[in-house]
Write a protein that binds this ligand. Structure first.
Ligand code: PXP
Length: 236
């Protein structure tokens, strides 16, 4: 299973003082050297962490692949079409949220998502849709022309009881199998950490996990190299 590091929160720390330190570009390069398979950033409409400069520089400097998380917002779509990341992951975005709060409703937003997918595909960019582990959303993702889905793992990550944890992991596994059997690439992410990642090792239909906060938090204490290697060690 591939591991991609979301570096948004290096930019959060940088922006706290308005300067250039810590530079998320350096974080990305160090993560790649430690073995990360890709770099993920969310260019939000309000630019609260990652900025346009970061996205352009990352595309020019990283050696692995860039996954650009984005809303179906016209300005951001135009930037994506210029930057040409290897993957664009469409996510819902609400101004007041602390982080992405759930999957896209592809059924309700089908027309807009289809149109966005077409614009991104025309620019040569593969598209992933961040959705709940639900077959109706997977069918809608296929109809929208997605190449990949990213399964929202936030509900699993928040689950407290053993029964709820087992129920959520079963849902994720079933959705991953359904999507895989229908020809979609399967990623997963949100709220994953060094403890709750363990069941993912045996879900072979998930190609890639996208993890940010937990790895950035560990990197504060042990450094990026070790934080990335520790996560890769749990996945392989
Ligand atoms: N995947 C998506 C689509 C996200 O929006 C986020 C958060 O930016 C993540 C993965 C990573 O979540 P976390 O920071 O909780 O690991």
């Amino acid at each position: 299973m591939r591991f991609c590091l979301n570096i948004d929160h290096f930019a959060t720390v940088r922006n706290a003082r308005g300067g250039n330190q810590p530079d998320p570009i350096l974080a990305a390069l160090m993560a790649e050297q430690a073995g990360a398979d890709g770099i993920v950033v969310h260019l939000r409409e309000d630019r609260r962490h990652i900025t346009d400069r970061d996205v352009y520089l990352l595309k020019d400097t990283i050696k692995t692949k860039l996954d650009l998380e984005m809303a179906t917002n016209d300005e951001i779509i135009q930037i994506a079409c210029k930057v040409k990341p290897e993957l664009a992951t469409l996510v819902p975005e609400h101004r007041m949220e602390l982080t992405t709060e759930g999957g896209l409703d592809v059924i309700a937003g089908l027309d807009k998502i289809k149109e966005t997918n077409k614009r991104l595909h025309d620019a040569g960019i593969k598209v992933s849709l961040f959705i709940e582990p639900n077959n109706d959303q997977i069918d809608a993702s296929l109809e929208a022309g997605a190449d990949v889905i990213e399964i929202h793992t936030g509900v699993y990550a928040e689950a407290k009881s053993e029964a709820k944890i087992a129920e959520e992991i079963d849902k994720i596994e079933a959705a991953a199998l359904y999507a895989h059997n229908n020809g979609l690439g399967v990623n997963a992410g949100h709220g994953l950490d060094y403890h709750n990642i363990k069941p993912f090792r045996s879900i072979h239909t998930i190609d890639e996990v996208s993890i940010g906060h937990a790895v950035v938090a560990r990197a504060l204490f042990v450094g990026i190299d070790k934080a990335v290697k520790d996560m890769i060690g749990l996945l392989k």
